[in-house]
Design a binder for this molecule. Structure first.
Ligand code: FE2
Length: 274
């Protein structure tokens, strides 16, 4: 699937951008399905918020038990004094984390030979699909995701994960595209978010700040696939624009890596791409 130069670029930079990987029609099918799912979601009495600002405090069982389910998480700014101030369709931050397992539309999109070959090219032998997320980055209230490494949240030994980030709409600086530190995956893992006897806690291995001045924006058009090394530091800014920045993501691990019980996401029967 990938040329030698592309694999070398991924190893050097920690990411690789593949424009026009997904057809506009396939992007629209996922968007339509996500819209339908949100329409059918009944938020009465439910207010699980996804925020990277206060991850320990705002994480609840609804999140921690979502590894093998399809669940809906709100933007922090969707609420004023505990009440939703927009339509739920404009308030959801993301849907996670087993869309690829439970929903036929997302499963069909995710389980392809093409994607399997791609991650094998990147060194993930015997790949397993660990999680999927549909991210809305809503107009006006889409929250910032602070600089992080995906391996902090989905830790394996050795730390070897590939994230597949599919742009379902154009992603620009204005609507909150990804930013990444080129080559930053070589800085090593800084922290882990782990289950402890007292709930979720960050364990720190290196408390120096990220060199955020080195972040570069990855502005991409609809249909682009961005491949991300789990150790790559990346972030996205808040979306204050009129346009959403919808994306679908998959995270893939190798069956030969060990996956600790202290990771937040626990599920049985991980499957590959078939
Ligand atoms: Fe991430």
């Amino acid at each position: 699937m990938l040329t030698k130069d592309q694999v070398a670029a991924y190893r050097r930079d920690g990411f690789l951008v593949l424009p026009d990987f997904v057809s506009p029609g396939a992007c629209d099918r996922l968007r339509k399905r996500a819209e339908q799912m949100v329409n059918e979601f009944n938020p009465v009495g439910m207010a699980s918020i996804f925020s990277t600002r206060e991850q320990n405090r705002l994480t609840d069982d609804y999140f921690l038990d979502s590894g093998d389910k399809i669940r809906f998480f709100f933007e922090e700014d969707a609420f004023v004094e505990g009440k939703l101030v927009r339509d739920k369709e404009r308030s959801i931050n993301k849907i996670g984390h087993a869309l690829h397992e439970l929903d036929p539309t997302f499963s069909e999109f995710s389980r392809t030979d093409e994607l399997q070959l791609l991650v094998v090219d990147l060194g993930i032998s015997d790949p397993l699909l660990l999680q999927s997320m549909y991210i809305f980055k809503q107009p006006h209230i889409g929250g910032e995701v602070s600089c992080h490494q995906d391996s902090s949240f989905l830790y394996t030994e050795p730390p070897q994960i590939v994230g597949l980030w599919f742009a379902l709409e154009d992603a620009t600086v204005e609507n909150g595209c990804l930013w990444a530190i080129r080559g930053g995956h070589k800085l090593g893992l800084k922290s882990r978010w782990a289950r402890t006897g007292e709930g979720m806690k960050f364990e720190y291995y290196d408390t120096s700040p990220w060199p955020e001045e080195e972040l570069v924006p990855l502005e991409v058009s609809k249909g682009t696939l961005i491949l991300l090394d789990g150790l790559l530091p990346h972030k996205s800014l808040a979306n204050r624009s009129e346009k959403s920045r919808q994306a679908f993501t998959l995270h893939v691990i190798s069956a030969s890596s060990s996956y600790p019980e202290s990771n937040w996401l626990q599920r049985q029967g991980l499957r590959g791409f078939d």
